[in-house]
Design a protein around this ligand. Structure first.
Ligand code: ADP
Ligand code: MG
Length: 240
C-alpha cells in the first residue's frame, strides 16, 4: 500500500531523514517510534507530501506521489491524517466538520455526506455531539471527531501523528480504543506514538527511528522484548 525508497529530507543544512526505505502492506498497522526530533513527523508528513522530500521515492497504492506528474490532491483524498492538535474547523459544527470534505472535494450531496457523517459519529461514540461546536468538546472528543472527519473521506490509508500526546491522561484511552477498533476493520495505518503498550498490542510492526535513520523494523514482540540496537534499548529503558 505504501512504499518508501531511500527517502531523504533536509531542512537547509539539517539532514532530517537520511535514506529511509520501507513499505507498509494493505491492512497493516505500523507504529513509528523514536526520540523527539528523530524525524518521525517529517517522515509521516512526507507520506502525503505535506513535506516535499529532498530525494527518494514514495508510492501510495499505485501512485508515485514523488512523481511531479501525480495529482497530489487526488492522492491525499485517499490518505487521512490525524494530528496531535486536532485541527478541526472551529466555526463549523461537529457534523459540518465531517461533511465539508466529502461535499467540497468529492461532490457528495448534503444528505449523502450527513448520512456518512452520522454513521461515523456513531462509530466514535459522538452521535449526540453532531450539532456541537469543537470549542465545547473535550480533547478526547475533539480527537475522535478528527478521526471521524478523516474517515469521512473514505481513505485507504490513515496517518496519525501523536494523536494522544496533547490529551489529558484520562482521555488517552478513549482515543486509543477508537484507533484499535479501526485497526480491527483492516484499515492500513501508520501511527507515530509514544504509547508503547498500544504499539505493542495493536501494531503489526514497529519502525524505530533515531537521528533520521530507520534503526529497526521489527515485529512488536521482538522489538519490545529483544531490541537489536543499543539505541532502541536505551530508548525503551527510558520509556518503559
Ligand atoms: P519528531 O517528530 O521525531 O520529533 P520532526 O520530524 O518533527 O521529529 O523533526 C526532526 C528534525 O527536523 C528536528 O530537528 C526539527 O527541528 C527539524 N524540523 C522539522 N520540521 C522543520 C521545518 N519545517 N523547518 C526546519 N526544521 C524542521
Ligand atoms: Mg513529531
Amino acid at each position: 500500500m505504501i512504499k518508501v525508497e531511500d527517502l531523504r529530507k533536509n531542512f537547509g543544512k539539517l539532514e532530517v531523514l537520511k535514506g529511509i526505505t520501507t513499505s507498509i502492506k494493505e491492512r497493516e498497522v505500523v507504529a513509528i517510534i523514536g526520540p523527539s526530533g528523530s524525524g518521525k513527523s517529517t517522515f509521516l508528513r512526507c507520506m502525503n507530501m505535506l513535506e516535499v522530500p529532498t530525494s527518494g521515492r514514495i508510492w501510495i497504492g499505485s501512485s508515485e506521489i514523488t512523481d511531479k506528474k501525480t495529482n497530489i490532491n487526488k492522492v491525499r483524498e485517499n490518505v487521512g491524517m490525524v494530528f496531535q492538535h486536532f485541527h478541526l474547523f472551529p466555526h463549523k459544527t461537529v457534523l459540518q466538520n465531517l461533511t465539508y470534505g466529502p461535499m467540497k472535494v468529492k461532490g457528495l450531496s448534503k444528505a449523502e455526506a450527513e448520512k456518512i457523517g452520522y454513521e461515523l459519529l456513531e462509530r466514535v461514540g459522538l452521535f449526540e455531539k453532531a450539532g456541537e461546536y469543537p470549542g465545547r468538546l473535550s480533547g478526547g472528543q475533539k480527537q475522535r471527531v478528527a478521526i471521524a472527519r478523516a474517515l469521512a473521506m473514505k481513505p485507504e490509508v490513515m496517518l496519525f501523528d501523536e494523536p494522544t500526546s496533547a490529551l489529558d491522561p484520562e482521555m488517552v484511552k478513549e482515543v486509543l480504543e477508537v484507533m484499535k477498533s479501526l485497526a480491527h476493520t483492516g484499515m492500513t495505518m501508520a501511527i507515530v506514538t509514544h504509547e508503547m503498550g498500544f504499539a505493542r498490542e495493536v501494531a503489526d510492526r514497529v519502525l524505530f527511528l533515531d537521528g533520521g535513520v530507520l534503526v529497526e523494523d521489527a515485529a512488536p514482540e521482538q522489538f519490545f522484548s529483544n531490541p537489536k540496537s543499543k539505541r532502541a534499548q536505551e530508548f525503551l529503558q527510558k520509556m518503559l
